[in-house]
Ligand binder design. Structure first.
Ligand code: G2I
Length: 480
């Protein structure tokens, strides 16, 4: 009876929102009864925090908010057990740092090498993680044979590169950064080998070619300095608007988000929202936040604020599917090598201990902090994950997937904590009670309490929002 996640990561939005189920509207508790229920013990729920600290991971907490939390990983780190222990438990999405780029996968014309990328995919699969394919068409890490081709041969080379690589990884990657960093900072097109040969039309051609090779992969354009509103982000917005109007297959925009402490753009949320309003997914794809070395406690505190801001921005935009950090920790970050005198840009320090930014992200995701524990999210014998299934002006439907842990369960209790301007007006597939304000719901299993180990069921609910807050709620699951 349970609806498993299938091959999509928990952060993805359901395609049609059409998973209709028996809907049983429930009458809200009267104020008096609600007060009584509150008095006998539900009061603690209004400040409820999910997932005991010991079982908290970024992936588990993000998943409870309908998002993924990813990391970049390179092949050399796969033999470092400190790195793999963190990567494999804290994160549920992997982006290969270099292993799927053109200079690795097709170093000479027509001769392919997928071994490094395969190693990353295999690590991901062994650890229940999904993969962001990165990347297919980029001016950098492009072998010189491509840039030296006569312009008349670039299109064919690009198409066969895309077709061969996407076909190789068909069904194994969640998304592709099909075109990477196509713009200059002033919003003009970067005059790289592809643009020089084909004009801006290379972008549509690349997307169509990738879609033909793997129709199920989500296709992205990824860039930096587009996180806030500005000339570059406006240029990308105009491009994707035009691609959509031409029916070009594009599913998302990646906001790299290589920040400097204290400089997360104030317009990031609004900017993500305008792209999402075009019907696209948005994702934070390469998050880091650098500071001058040696790091000061003031900068580390600012970094914690910055990371939490990015998480808050993503949670506030329903089409923001997830956040990936670029690197697992400061020790493997690209920053010191690229920006002399700068570093400390990730959530883990040079000894892979969690930094204030880690705890700030845990708190922003609705967890309780406590510093880098491992293991699945949730307490007791079940976990809960949230997905929005439908949205309209003034409201939305949410769905929670309850999954049993490593042993069978016979009943479960899940909490859903909406914001102050949100009221849960209906629910289905469980026995619900609400707090007085109507924004915190406790859902107990009904006919769907018995779940085999690892099996799932879902319940749903409708939220009315009075202040334009469509943010995803933290959800929890416990067994008696
Ligand atoms: O530059 C940071 C990122 C910006 N967005 C696109 C990403 O793909 C990019 O990643 C970085 C990698 O993290 C680095 O590891 O891309 C760099 C190259 O543009 C990568 O650095 C290169 C070094 O520059 C080379 O010297 C080295 O041979 O990594 C290569 C492979 O280790």
């Amino acid at each position: 009876m349970g609806k498993p996640h299938g091959s999509q990561p928990s952060g993805s939005q359901p395609s049609g929102g059409k998973r209709l189920r028996e809907v049983r509207l429930r009458v809200r508790l009267t104020a008096g009864l609600a007060a009584l229920v509150t008095a006998i013990g539900l009061g603690a729920l209004s400040g409820a925090t999910p997932a005991g600290a010991a079982g908290t991971t970024l992936a588990g907490l993000a998943s409870a908010r309908g998002r993924y939390f990813g990391t970049e990983l390179t092949q050399d780190l796969l033999s470092d057990s400190t790195v793999t222990a963190i990567a494999g438990t804290q994160f549920n999405m992997v982006t290969p740092g270099n292993e799927m780029k053109w200079d690795t996968t097709e170093p000479s014309n027509g001769s392919y090498n997928f071994a490094p990328g395969d190693a990353i995919v295999s690590f991901a699969q062994q650890h229940g993680m999904e993969v962001r394919g990165h990347n297919l068409v980029w001016y950098s890490q492009l072998p010189s044979w491509v840039s030296s081709l006569p312009t008349s041969q670039v299109q064919a080379a690009m198409e066969s590169h895309i077709t061969t690589e996407v076909s190789h990884y068909k069904g194994e990657v969640y998304s592709w950064d099909v075109v990477n960093e196509p713009f200059n900072d002033d919003g003009s097109y970067r005059a790289d080998a592809f643009y020089n040969a084909m004009g801006s039309g290379y972008i549509a051609d690349a997307l169509r070619t990738a879609h033909a090779a793997d129709p199920n992969a989500k296709l992205y354009i990824n860039d930096y300095n587009i996180e806030g509103e500005g000339a570059k982000s406006d240029a990308l917005y105009a491009l994707v608007q035009s691609l959509i109007s031409q029916g070009v297959p594009i599913n998302g925009v990646g906001f790299e988000s290589h920040f400097i402490v204290g400089q997360v753009p104030a317009t990031m949320q609004a900017n993500m929202r305008r792209f999402a309003a075009l019907g696209l997914d948005v994702a934070v794809t390469e998050l880091d936040d650098r500071m001058p070395l040696p790091a000061t406690s003031a900068d580390l505190a600012q970094q914690a604020t910055d990371y939490a801001t990015v998480v808050d921005d993503c949670l506030a935009v329903s089409r923001c599917v997830g956040i990936s950090q670029w690197g697992v920790g400061d020790a493997d970050s690209w920053i010191p090598g690229a920006f002399s005198g700068y570093g400390a840009a990730t959530m883990y320090d040079s000894g892979y201990q969690p930094k204030p930014a880690y705890n700030a992200v845990v708190a922003a995701l609705g967890g309780t902090g406590g510093g880098g524990g491992t293991g699945g999210g949730g307490t007791g014998g079940c976990t809960a994950a949230y997905t929005e299934t439908q949205q309209w002006s003034g409201g939305f439907n949410g769905q929670v997937t309850v999954t049993a842990g490593s042993s069978a369960i016979t009943s479960w209790t899940s909490t859903v904590t909406m914001g102050g301007g949100q009221v849960i007006s209906a629910s289905w597939n469980g026995n619900a009670t609400w707090n007085t304000a109507g924004n915190v719901m406790t859902m107990k299993s009904s006919y769907n309490g018995s779940l085999a180990a690892g099996a799932s069921t879902t319940f749903g609910f409708t939220v009315q929002t009075s202040n334009g807050d469509y943010a995803a709620p933290p959800v929890t699951c416990t067994t008696p």
